[in-house]
Design a protein around this ligand. Sequence first.
Ligand code: ADP
Ligand code: MG
Length: 234
Amino acid sequence: PPPGPPVLVVRDLSVRFGQVAALSSVDIAVPEHGILGVIGPNGAGKSTLVDAISGFLPQAQGEVELGGGPLTGPPTRRARSGLRRTFQQDRVPPGLTVEAYVRFVARRRLATREIADALEFFGCPPARTPLSRVDVGARRLVEVVGHLLARPRILLLDEPAAGLPHEEHVAFGERLRRVPARFGVSLLLIEHDLDLVRSVCDTITVLDFGQVLATGPQAEVLADPAVLKAYMGE
Ligand code: ADP
Ligand code: MG
């Protein structure tokens, strides 16, 4: 894809929890219709980054821009501006079918056909399946389908493959790579599985102790000795 201006830009973002500096002056940029991978050891600040960008941390300092304009205010307002996010833990209301959950997440009118096609694209269980019979990993994919069908400009994914059996990660990565073109969206992908990140992301930002340790093309970043050292420390 042609390198245009980034759709999401974060500048000088800092978040404190009391004495803990969870993020310190973080800069990131997500290419339009691209996928930025955000990696880093446990506690590096990845989920905090998603929380701050999506408006869940009012104490966050710094600037967030979406499509060239400032993105501010509470999560509902940011969602209306075209930003969506998933949570590391899934939050499923009881008693729904797969289709009803997609509608619940998307919060907009959707054709049954559109839902069925998107579920099939992601290899999800059929629309009529009760969610109670769907594994946690697949349930999180259903949630992703709901967000994508809301047609956001950008979707922040916080470890979407975490509940999936490892042997399903390759297929998930192949689907994810096709998401920007199919849904007209950009993605920020937080992911623990480096093979998945390698297969999906052109650019990667590495967080360590709340700071950007490295950022750039994936081959460069994943070969950076400082990055390898941060991972071996886990
Ligand atoms: P990651 O997602 O990279 O594993 P987090 O963003 O969850 O890391 O956490 C970053 C740091 O901020 C950690 O030291 C964590 O303990 C701390 N932290 C995260 N959320 C809170 C919170 N609500 N209150 C206090 N400390 C928090
Ligand atoms: Mg996290």
